[in-house]
Design a protein around this ligand. Structure first.
Ligand SMILES: Nc1ncnc2c1ncn2[C@@H]1O[C@H](COP(=O)(O)OP(=O)(O)OP(=O)(O)O)[C@@H](O)[C@H]1O
Length: 258
């Protein structure tokens, strides 16, 4: 087993607000190996987004330590692509130019990366849409553009914060499959935040299950299922993993079935 690439040791975060201190998460211990796909699933407000932002260096932590490749995270990380819930796009730029935004902001070589952007658009089913404007796309297509933009500069890490949250169920399913294929091709170290138990089990090597705020890790579950995982042929074990996670949420009072 390879050394951990991302390491969170006793990490905690408290926000200072005008109404006092909000403890978002505490005692977070998590090692993520290179090329591993880790999903974090947990109830609203348990600190999932906070954890992702702290790992990406976008939010300082107030306890513990985070290292990536042995280096302490104390500033925004450049070796990461992030996909947020809402596909934020510049309406005056076409699809290709929105993907290339990442390259422009980082002042990287346009000539070198434009073919990469085109390849990513092709891989996500957007060939032929390069010159469309964002407002001409569906929500799912816009989110695909965001995924391409997150990957175009070739980062080692891909972080996704409920990337399918605003999409309809069918589109969510399709994009989950797209993410799986992209990940299988690129083997980025992936951190995926979701409210959806089946989505976490479908995509991840390990699912981190969090309890309610202040969020703590309740359990980390290895998902031992071969890939590609197909939504139309989910094995019995897929449902067993999902039930196990649901049971954890029930035991923590997050889910009530009766
Ligand atoms: N910038 C901030 N200032 C103050 N409090 C914050 C800030 N960001 C988050 N919080 C609080 O920290 C807690 C955790 O928030 P966070 O967004 O990390 O949770 P989450 O699990 O991602 O939630 P959701 O699933 O609803 O997106 C919440 O109580 C939230 O109100």
């Amino acid at each position: 087993m390879s050394e951990p690439y991302i390491r969170l040791s006793n990490v905690g975060k408290s926000y200072q607000t005008k109404n006092g201190v909000v403890e978002a998460c505490s005692d977070i211990n998590l090692d993520i190996r290179q090329s591993e796909f880790v999903a974090i699933v947990g109830p609203s407000g348990c600190g999932k987004t906070t954890i992702m932002k702290m790992v990406a260096g976008l939010q300082p932590y107030t306890a513990g330590s985070i290292t990536i490749g042995g280096q302490r995270v104390d500033k925004p990380q450049t070796d990461v692509g992030i996909v947020f819930q809402e596909a934020i796009m510049l309406d005056w730029r076409d699809v290709l130019a929105n993907v290339m935004l990442q390259i422009d902001i980082r002042k990287m070589d346009r000539k070198k990366y434009e073919p990469v952007a085109r390849d990513l658009l092709k891989a996500t089913g957007l060939a032929g849409f390069e010159n469309k404007k964002p407002y001409e796309l569906s929500g799912g297509m816009r989110q695909r553009v965001s995924i391409c933009r997150a990957l175009v500069h070739g980062p080692n890490m891909l972080m996704m914060d409920e990337p399918f949250g605003a999409l309809d169920a069918l589109t969510r399913e399709q994009i989950s499959m797209d993410i799986q294929h992209l990940w299988m091709e690129t083997r980025k170290t992936a951190l995926h935040i979701t409210h959806s138990i089946p989505e976490a089990v479908l995509l991840a090597d390990r699912v981190v299950v969090m309890g309610p705020r202040p969020g703590r890790i309740v359990e980390i579950i290895d998902i031992d299922l071969p890939r590609p995982r197909r939504l139309d042929r989910l094995p019995e074990r897929f449902h067993e993993y999902s039930s196990r996670i649901r049971d954890i949420f029930k035991s923590k009072g997050v889910l009530a079935m009766d």
